[in-house]
Ligand binder design. Structure first.
Ligand SMILES: [Fe+2]
Ligand SMILES: [Fe+2]
Length: 273
């Protein structure tokens, strides 16, 4: 049986897109949806480092990068491609970061590590779905410059609680607002394929935020509110205002199991910190 460490190493150290998308363990248990992996030798913690990337998917210099287009620009196919390309890159970074987390936190609870494996498989699928949708619009993932924003933040996630706060409860939580927002924008221009993809991402992201919320609760001392623990665990470069988007979706956060105090205070939280 393959070890979780090997599973993570194969994904993290692979420099090709195929390697990033591959489930190195092969089969997935149909009941649990996770591969049968053992976790007997999680190994030594590895420090933050740049992920391996083949030339076609390298991070581009800052000057060359393009912003996510405004939703009102999506009637242009080129802008829809640019948008999907940026989101595909988020998936690539997410799955690499999750593989890195398995290597960086060998002492994390076994259930936490197992949960990350399952989420990696979701992120692989998301990347593949974005790549297919980009191809349906006549382009290819890697055609446009890639940024490394998530990656730079990863260097500041020193332990599992900082990890769940930075990754699942900031980047992924923001997607509970961004995904429906862009779904509506794709619908307005009649791009049903991209809209359906945003819906699928939204539904999976609720589960990923649920994972983060569950572990935040686990790591929060009994006499402390989860939102206070959350604020205390974020890094200066990744503050709580990044955990929400244009239209704050409180119901999605309730579906993800976040507590009412957390939801209300995040909603009220401004970037004036
Ligand atoms: Fe994803
Ligand atoms: Fe996710």
């Amino acid at each position: 049986m393959m070890e979780i460490r090997e599973f993570a190493e194969r994904i993290f150290f692979s420099d090709t897109l195929e390697g990033k998308l591959d489930n190195p363990a092969g089969e997935v248990n149909p009941q649990t949806r996770v591969p049968e992996l053992s976790d007997l030798s999680p190994g030594e913690a590895i420090a933050w480092q740049q992920p391996a990337r083949a030339p076609g998917i390298r991070v581009a210099p800052k000057k060359k990068r393009k912003k996510v287009p405004h939703p009102d620009a999506l009637h242009q196919k080129e802008m829809r491609i640019r948008c999907l390309h940026a989101f595909a890159n988020h998936e690539l970074m997410a799955l690499e970061m999750m593989a890195w987390a398995l290597l960086a936190y060998p002492d994390a609870p076994k259930l936490f590590r197992k949960g990350l494996v399952r989420i990696i498989l979701d992120e692989q699928l998301h990347l593949q779905m974005y790549m297919d949708q980009i191809a349906a619009l006549g382009a290819k993932f890697g055609d446009l410059p890639l940024n490394d924003h998530f990656w730079r933040v990863a260097a500041e996630l020193h332990n599992p609680v900082e990890w769940v706060c930075g990754m699942h409860l900031t980047f992924e939580q923001a997607n509970l607002d961004h995904a429906p927002y862009f779904k509506a924008a794709f619908e307005r221009v009649g791009d049903e394929g991209s809209a359906a993809l945003m819906q699928r991402i939204f539904e999976d992201e609720i589960m990923h935020v649920r994972f983060g919320g569950r572990w935040l609760k686990h790591f929060t001392p009994e006499d402390m509110k989860t939102f206070d623990m959350y604020l205390a665990s974020l890094s200066p470069h990744n503050q709580a205002f990044r955990a929400k988007g244009h239209d704050f979706n409180a119901d999605a956060r309730r579906d993800a199991g976040l507590d009412e105090d957390f939801i209300i205070r995040l909603h009220e939280y401004s970037n004036q910190m």
